[in-house]
Design a protein around this ligand. Structure first.
Ligand SMILES: *Cc1c(COP(=O)(O)O)cnc(C)c1O
Length: 229
């Protein structure tokens, strides 16, 4: 496990690169103690892949009154986990709304949310790799946005788009840049078509490609392995 000063050093170095974007520290491989050290080093945004892990860590944070924490779900969400997710204290954002079906489940259960509102991102499969989730077609994405725009008073706040760069390729930099530019352009098209007043946020970039993502205008980078070894 890393020490507090090692974590603090890495956080400081990473945050220097960020300018106005935000860092989500991805804790899926980290024990709770390591997450606490990062929190004590003033990192408050944390991402987890699985609802069960998120619920456990969030419960511990609540008991210890670490109330500045903001939890982000970044992994695929199964419909049958939505109600558990909505009971999580300090849930801040869901980055992985990857289908209309899932959006409908979120809407159906929104009154179960224990937080006043939760931000969410539509995940877009810009790399078209079969093992990745996400919206595949612009038509389907448009229908999802229409659905949420019809419900302006919802506790679910449409906040932006998320994607992952291609992993398995010799030239991952080139592919990642293409994925990130695609996401920025899809977001722009949605802003224009739906007359969105607030600019859509972009959640893109992980340890291996976050510099590329930042150069493409990312608002949230999600970093695990480059932060916690
Ligand atoms: C694991 C994960 C990350 C962080 O990946 P690293 O390569 O460890 O930085 C970011 N986003 C998602 C969706 C992930 O599953």
């Amino acid at each position: 496990m890393m020490t507090k000063s090692e974590i603090a050093k890495k956080l400081t170095a990473l945050k220097k690169e960020l300018k106005s974007s935000s860092l989500i520290a991805v804790t899926k491989y980290s024990p709770l103690e390591e997450v606490v050290l990062a929190y004590e080093a003033h990192q408050y945004d944390f991402g987890e892949n699985r609802v069960a892990d998120l619920a456990l860590k969030a419960g511990d944070f609540l008991n210890a009154e670490r109330s500045k924490v903001r939890w982000h779900l970044i992994g695929h969400l199964q419909s049958n986990k939505v109600q558990t997710l909505f009971k999580i204290p300090n849930l801040y954002a869901i980055h992985s709304v990857d289908s209309i079906h899932l959006l409908e489940e979120l809407i159906k259960h929104e009154s179960a949310l224990v937080v006043p509102e939760v931000k969410f991102f539509f995940q877009v499969n810009t790399s078209h790799e079969v093992e990745k989730s996400g919206f595949e077609s612009k038509e389907e994405l448009n229908r999802a946005v229409e659905l949420i725009m019809k419900r302006p008073s919802s506790k679910l706040k449409f906040y932006g788009l998320m994607t992952m760069g291609t992993i398995r390729t010799a030239e991952f930099e080139v592919s990642a840049q293409r994925c990130f530019k695609d996401l920025a352009s899809i977001a722009h098209q949605l802003e224009v078509s739906f007359g969105l007043k607030n600019k859509l946020k972009l959640s893109m970039g992980m340890s291996q490609d976050y510099k590329i993502a930042l150069s493409c205008g990312s608002d949230f980078i999600r970093i695990g392995s480059a932060l916690f070894k």
